[in-house]
Design a protein around this ligand. Structure first.
Ligand SMILES: Cc1cc2nc3c(=O)[nH]c(=O)nc-3n(C[C@H](O)[C@H](O)[C@H](O)COP(=O)(O)O)c2cc1C
Length: 229
């Protein structure tokens, strides 16, 4: 792991961040990566050695890549959220598309395979929460995870990987709704959309900025949102 000196401004990081472009968003036309997340031990119960946790779900490896960069750059703990009823995404990432759409459109809460102890999660001040956008929402198992804990007063920083940014605001709003007592980065989201209308594009991602998959892009993003200097 690289040893870099960062200044962490978690409680000062509420400045608006730069806007994102919008785009086409038909899941059937998107090309998710086919890479499978490695079982590299990131499902283990967090160690509690850091006050920052990166908790993420990833089916085909993209979100895991970003999560690992964040954890490496911040020397944070990392936890991979897995569904109790595993998704079938290999070799065809869309093999479980119908189930995934049902969970998203009906705001369901699939069970999490392993939930860390509440006291382990309580030890973190800041939790990065990563997910692919799946049918215009986070992987809903991420919401199950978040709603299991008392995250009041903690800083929650969502990050997504996706094919298009069309429903980024809606996906962010779902995470914010699952963590109503938390502090969020960005602090607020564009409010001129109906967050429950997740089937028609509303295209308002102003101020929502996401990392790319390279380490340098993740580092830039951490800088843009005020986590590192
Ligand atoms: C079933 C399914 C639904 C998807 N729905 C969306 C979507 O609504 N919007 C979007 O931008 N990308 C969508 N994608 C693309 C994924 O968000 C993208 O490939 C993501 O990087 C996958 O992350 P992962 O590799 O960590 O699983 C979808 C992919 C799949 C397999």
């Amino acid at each position: 792991m690289k040893m870099k000196k960062y200044f962490i401004y978690l409680m000062m990081a509420f400045a608006a961040v730069t806007a994102n472009a919008c785009g086409n968003d038909d899941p059937a036309q998107e090309q998710p990566g086919t890479e499978q997340p490695e079982d590299n031990g990131t499902s283990d119960v967090p160690s509690g050695n850091s006050n920052i946790l990166v908790a993420y779900f990833s089916a085909t490896g993209n979100t895991q890549t970003v999560a690992q960069h964040i954890a490496d750059l911040l020397r944070a703990d990392i936890f991979r959220i897995e569904a109790a009823d595993e998704y079938n995404t290999s070799p065809d990432p869309y093999a479980d598309s119908e189930r995934i759409q049902d969970e998203a459109y009906n705001n369901l809460r699939p069970d999490v395979k392993t939930l860390p102890e509440e006291e382990d999660i309580a030890a973190y001040d800041t939790i990065f929460v990563g997910s692919p956008i799946w049918w215009h929402q986070p992987a809903m198992v991420v919401c199950t995870f978040l709603e299991h804990y008392d995250l009041s007063g903690k800083v929650i920083i969502p990050f997504f990987t996706y094919g298009a940014t069309t429903y980024l605001n809606e996906a962010m709003q779902r995470i914010y709704a699952s963590t109503p007592e938390s502090i969020h980065i960005p602090e607020t989201l564009p409010e001129d959309i109906d967050p429950d209308n997740i089937q028609e594009p509303q295209n308002d991602d102003d101020g929502i900025n996401m990392p790319g998959r390279s380490e340098s892009s993740v580092e830039n993003w951490l800088r843009e949102i005020g986590i590192i200097k």
